[in-house]
Design a protein around this ligand. Structure first.
Ligand code: HEC
Ligand code: HEC
Length: 236
């Protein structure tokens, strides 16, 4: 990892510690105690507002709006909240390994996690590359055949299945290779089977396809290869 990445890590950790101290101080003061939540709507607004604060310590790497600054760091914007929470749990238990994220999650209370996940999940996603990569049409076909049954025809995922549409290309590539040859960083049996079916030589094509996908609010694929458009139409 580059030096800018390491600097971002140090800034984020120090910033989060300061935020947590401020939160404790705030809870003890009358101003901090006065946050009236008068119903589910207010509660959600309060959760999102808290999440937004916590998210400022993720911004150095994952971006202010959940759109990553580094090709090997995932976008969090628009990601399924249940999936994000599971991954934070995985970093806590060591089922998923990343030295920085494992340290960071220990500093987040369950409330912090719920807030930050709700906040990122509520943000819109921009494709990580503006034009489809050269192998996108081929990748779209393979995706429809092997991956869509779990990740959805528009690659939006759902519940424990991550959204892949618009994700950072290098991050997708690294993780597909990790699943293919499971490592301590990441392993998941059904994904190993899926990438084996795909074949290592087709990883780049699927990445070209997924990283450029733009999905509208009503779940329509925009500018996707014809093959995937058709298969999405059939299953909806
Ligand atoms: C110093 C950079 C850095 C900061 C700051 C950072 N992260 Fe991360 N995060 C990463 C990296 C790198 C990964 C990918 C790890 C891997 O390859 O498995 C990651 C992965 C994740 C994932 C898994 C996403 C997925 O698609 O599977 C979640 C969730 C996450 N981070 C949440 C957060 C939250 C919440 C914060 C702020 C409280 C935060 N991160 C701050 C670098 C960072
Ligand atoms: C049987 C269901 C299933 C199939 C089929 C499947 N996946 Fe997955 N995929 C999952 C689940 C569940 C996860 C989360 C696993 C974890 O916790 O690491 C995942 C994770 C991923 C991730 C990591 C996402 C992130 O944000 O870190 C990528 C990339 C991915 N899948 C791509 C694919 C591709 C490409 C295919 C087709 C070749 C595919 N998947 C087929 C269920 C599936």
């Amino acid at each position: 990892m580059g030096t800018s990445f390491k600097r971002a890590a140090v800034r984020a950790t120090m910033g989060l510690a300061a935020l947590l101290c401020a939160a404790w101080a705030g809870a003890a003061s009358p101003a901090g105690a006065a946050s009236p939540a008068n119903g589910p709507k207010d509660e959600r607004a309060a959760l999102l507002a808290e999440g937004r604060k916590t998210a400022s310590f993720c911004a150095n790497c994952h971006g202010e709006a959940g759109l990553s600054h580094f090709p090997d760091v995932p976008n969090l914007a628009g990601q399924n909240p249940a999936y994000l929470l599971r991954q934070l749990d995985a970093f806590t238990t060591g089922r998923r390994k990343n030295a920085f994220m494992e340290g960071l999650v220990k500093m987040l209370s369950p409330q912090d996690r719920a807030g930050v996940v709700a906040y990122f999940a509520s943000l819109p996603v921009e494709p990580s590359r503006s034009a489809p990569g050269p192998l996108a049409p081929q990748g779209g076909k393979a995706f429809a055949r092997i991956c869509a049954e779990c990740h959805g025809p528009e690659a939006l995922g759902g519940n424990e299945f991550p959204r892949l549409a618009g994700q950072q290309s290098e991050y997708l590539r690294i993780n597909l290779k990790r699943y293919l040859h499971p490592t301590a960083e990441r392993s998941y049996g059904p994904m190993t089977a899926a990438v084996m079916r795909l074949g290592e030589e087709n990883i780049d094509a699927v990445v070209d396809y997924l990283s450029s996908l733009r999905v509208s609010a009503d779940g329509r694929l925009e500018g996707a290869p014809a093959a995937a458009q058709q298969s999405a139409g059939q299953t909806r």
